[in-house]
Ligand binder design. Structure first.
Ligand code: PMT
Length: 222
């Protein structure tokens, strides 16, 4: 129907940061608030989709009618997303996933010692790349947070990770990207669309993005 264009579609959205522990009290994380991902999940629900939200630790209320799976680490997000991927029509990865985690997590609190401390870090699973390799009928969307060379990085990520679309936010600007209620994104798609969505609320950005993704998936299935 006109106001429920995603009716019957299964959508999975990831949101928020991941948290990687160093010891019993310390951890590495990032500034993602989850707002962009929660807006994408909420709008998809309003458009009639059956929505699963895989969320890192955030301080946002759950969205009524959206199945929310809470995870902490990149590994937990990887497991939650890859096991559900097969049955989805759209997967949108707006989470800010850690690229590195401490190689060893101490179960106790580490004692303070004289001198500097080095913590060895190892790479986490690249969830988006894995999904790109698993992809069959799914429309797969990545996000990228960049401070420079926005267009080149965005386009190269689209190809390298076998995505259908990528939304790149310029996080060097105030009011863009992490934490704020507003954002501005450049969207590139495999079908060749290039569109700049100027500064507006994350809810409005989510509405614009769903209009693009939905049009492309429906176009493809004709
Ligand atoms: O949560 P908010 O405060 O509202 O902020 C929104 C946001 C800035 C976090 C969001 O709009 C955004 O840009 N999310 C992606 C941020 C990011 O981690 O970008 P990246 O360039 O590091 O990663 C690129 C893509 O790969 C992302 O889709 C990410 O989910 C994915 N990724 C990254 C690392 C990893 N190990 N696995 C992944 O799947």
């Amino acid at each position: 129907t006109v106001d429920q264009p995603l009716k019957g579609k299964k959508v999975l959205v990831t949101a928020g940061p991941t948290v990687e522990s160093v010891d019993a009290v310390r951890y590495f994380t990032n500034h993602s608030s989850g707002k962009m991902g929660y807006a994408l999940a909420e709008v998809a629900k309003q458009l009639g989709a059956n929505v699963t939200l895989v969320s890192g630790p955030v301080e946002l209320n759950e969205i009524m009618g959206v199945e929310t799976i809470h995870v902490t680490t990149a590994k937990e997000m990887y497991d939650a997303v890859t096991t559900r991927f097969e049955h989805q029509d759209f997967v949108v990865k707006s989470a800010a996933v850690a690229d590195y985690r401490p190689k060893i997590t101490q179960t106790n609190k580490m004692k303070k010692k004289d001198g500097n401390l080095s913590i060895e870090m190892e790479r986490t699973e690249d969830i988006l790349k894995t999904l790109g390799e698993m992809k069959q009928h799914q429309y797969l969307v990545g996000f990228a947070a960049e401070t420079d060379h926005i267009l080149e990085y965005g386009k190269s990520k689209l190809e390298r990770k076998n995505l259908d679309a990528i939304a790149v936010n310029d996080i060097s600007e105030d009011k863009h990207g992490f934490k704020s209620d507003t954002n501005a994104v450049h969207v590139f798609t495999k079908q060749g669309l290039e569109q700049t969505i100027p500064l507006k609320t994350k809810h409005e950005i989510a509405q614009d993005l769903w209009a693009i993704f939905n049009k492309e998936l429906l176009g493809e299935s004709k």
